[in-house]
Design a protein around this ligand. Structure first.
Ligand code: F6R
Ligand code: ZN
Length: 191
């Protein structure tokens, strides 16, 4: 019997996965149409601008009950108008599936929204740990000027429901004001 070396590595400082069973995808601005509030600013930007990338260790096939996925999300710094770059955001398709996020580098905000559209915003920073209960939509926002890198672990049968977010959006958005992040209701009221 021998001690087997891991076939996959998580480079903790760099925030990268390498080795076997890794899949990755990059999201460009063109794939985020309708997500940001300032449509004119969006149209003026280069649609090929990368906004974020996700690496994932796919240990089992999608929808397998009882398995786990492990991912690294890397959001680039940037804004559309005054609104910071963010992920599409989603509920899990199986609504009761929970997830862990943890901050690796950079700073940002993790938005939670429940099914009644009540929003809570958490600061993400290196070392911060976030338990995302089931029935909670989640979105990451990069409020800094370096990459925001966040680890994630979630059940392999969770699935992703992007449609309800594309339809109704998050009730709260994160904007830069005087060099600092501020939260504003989507209807532009201050909270
Ligand atoms: C998985 C999860 C993350 C996100 C990633 C990209 O359940 O929450 O791995 O998938 O941060 O965000 P979305 O999927 O909203 O484009
Ligand atoms: Zn998720």
């Amino acid at each position: 019997m021998e001690i087997v070396k891991a076939s996959t590595r998580f480079e903790t400082n760099a925030g990268y996965l390498s080795g076997e069973d890794i899949s990755q995808g990059k999201k460009y601005l063109s794939e985020l149409k309708g997500i940001f509030a300032d449509r004119d600013a969006f149209d003026r930007m280069d649609p090929h601008t990368p906004v974020y990338e996700v690496q994932m260790h796919q240990s089992v096939v999608q929808e397998t009950a009882g398995g786990l996925f492990f991912g690294i999300s890397r959001l680039f710094p940037g804004k559309v108008g005054n609104e910071y770059f963010m992920t599409k955001g989603h509920f899990h398709q199986l609504r009761d599936r929970a997830e862990y996020y943890w901050g690796i580098s950079g700073v940002g905000v993790l938005l939670f929204m429940d099914e009644r559209r009540k929003v809570t915003a958490y600061q993400v920073e290196p070392g911060s740990l976030h338990y995302i209960p089931g029935h909670i939509a989640h979105r990451l926002v990069n409020t800094g000027n370096i990459d925001l890198v966040v680890g994630a672990c979630w059940p392999s049968d969770s699935g992703h429901d992007y449609d309800s977010i594309l339809q109704d959006g998050f009730l709260v958005r994160v904007y830069e004001q005087d060099g600092k992040p501020v939260l504003r209701l989507t209807e532009n009221e201050s909270i």
